[in-house]
Design a protein around this ligand. Structure first.
Ligand code: NDP
Ligand code: GDR
Length: 371
């Protein structure tokens, strides 16, 4: 399945292609980052974990059969952040220039249900990957390898906004505590071994590819289905939490920019604008002419044992040093997600109608037989 480094064909002028290794390639950010790096001419290797169903839906559209060696620049390999040997093996085989650690059990509420597993993947998983990079450098002398750690605004937790690189962490969930550990492992490997390792402290970023159990996508999926008549109610938890929501496509560019600097460092990436969940509801339902209060039902099940009330980033360092800024604003983001989810609901409706028609015909023919 894997190609080794000697197969990296390089571009037409003979320069060797840059090689990136991405954990979490099947997730929202992994898919956007892969598109971004392929556009830049990289060869991209993604680590995927085994699942009983295919989990590559977000990257299927860019996948080319690896037997087509001249065209296939994205390659997938089985590994897991809980399996240190698989991480070291792929780093040795692929010999990447850049490693992006995006894999995580990334759902905050779920982390209260499976804290031990969350810590194993998010905290110790990052340590395993850093250690694989360190031992690979030590064995090969390839010291120019660069590492990106997907940090989160959840690390700030209950510390009031605006949150910047100087804001103290006060994590409020097993997920956030684990991300803090991963953050400090990254800093430690940079200081102890001189590894080019960066922490991106990214605020919430969304897209039509967002997992369906995160609040923005849960809302836009419901808006689409309610509009098309497939659903009437939407069950939610705390509507007063405030988040700094940006577009995932913009944020993966910041990840790459961090690894192109002369020196490794940590950066906050945010839109610097914050909205409550209720404001998101207002915007999303309002956009298709619906009233959110006619459909939303509060369900205690979705409240968390400890909540993060208010996140709003100060990304002035990223804007100044990296030259990064977001291109998609709040209203545009909501519109983009609702538009896609209305289309998705329409396609669902066609299927539902077809199934209903078949059932109706079957019932009729069964009726005739039994009559
Ligand atoms: P997703 O939940 O969409 O994707 C997570 C990815 O991690 C998936 O590819 C998943 O695989 C993979 N994964 C999960 N467990 C393991 C494991 N044990 N071994 C290997 N791979 C695993 O997350 P996002 O794309 O939204 O986020 C990317 C990263 O950025 C995450 O680390 C997240 O915590 C962090 N982050 C995200 C923010 C956001 O707003 N989106 C903000 C700040 C940080 P599978 O597809 O099989 O489930
Ligand atoms: P978050 O995102 O916890 O910020 O983590 P999520 O969309 O899950 O929650 C945002 C806020 O909405 C409130 N909420 C609900 N949340 C969900 N999921 N489902 C509901 O029904 C619901 N009702 C209200 C939550 O309480 C919360 O306040 C995301 C993840 O991508 C992390 O991996 C990432 O690190 C952070 O963003 C930055």
């Amino acid at each position: 399945m894997a190609s080794d480094r000697s197969e990296s064909t390089g571009d037409s002028n003979g320069d060797r292609r840059k090689v990136a290794l991405i954990t979490g390639i099947t997730g929202q950010d992994g898919s956007y980052l892969t598109e971004f790096l392929l556009d830049k001419g990289y060869e991209v290797h993604g680590l995927i974990r085994r699942s009983s169903n295919f989990n590559t839906q977000r990257v299927n559209h860019i996948y080319i059969d690896p037997h087509n060696v001249h065209k296939a620049r994205m390659k997938l390999h089985y590994a897991d952040l809980t399996d240190a040997s698989s991480l070291r093996r792929w780093i040795d085989t692929i010999q990447p220039d850049e490693v992006y650690n995006l894999a995580a059990q990334s759902h905050v509420a779920v982390s209260f249900e499976i804290p031990d597993y969350t810590a194993d993947v998010v905290a110790t998983g990052a340590l395993r990957l850093l250690e694989a990079v360190r031992s690979h450098i030590s064995a090969t002398g390839r010291s120019n390898i660069r590492y990106y750690q997907a940090g989160s605004s959840e690390m700030f937790g209950s510390t009031p906004p605006p949150q910047s690189e100087f804001t103290p962490f006060h994590p409020r969930s097993p997920y956030a505590v684990s991300k803090c550990a991963a953050h400090w492992y990254t800093v430690n490997y940079r200081e102890a071994y001189g590894i080019f390792a960066c922490n991106g402290i990214l605020f919430n970023h969304e897209s039509p590819r967002r997992g369906e159990n995160f609040v923005t996508r849960k809302i836009t999926r419901a808006v689409g289905r309610i509009k098309i008549g497939l659903q009437s109610k939407l069950f939610l938890g705390n509507l007063q939490a405030s988040r700094d929501w940006g577009f995932a496509g913009d944020y993966v560019e910041a990840m790459w920019m961090m690894l192109q600097q002369e020196k490794p460092d940590d950066y906050v990436v945010a839109t610097e604008e914050s909205h409550t969940v209720e404001e998101f509801l207002e915007e999303a339902f309002g956009y298709v002419g619906l009233k959110w209060s006619d459909h939303v039902v509060i369900d205690k099940r979705y409240f968390r044992p400890t909540e993060v009330d208010n996140l709003k980033g100060d990304s002035s360092k990223a804007r100044k040093v990296l030259g990064w800024k977001p291109k998609v604003g709040f209203k545009q983001l909501v519109k983009m997600m609702v538009d896609e989810d209305v289309e998705l609901a329409k396609r669902e409706k066609v299927l539902v109608d077809a199934v209903c028609r078949t059932c109706f015909q079957l019932q009729n023919s069964c009726g005739k037989v039994s009559a």
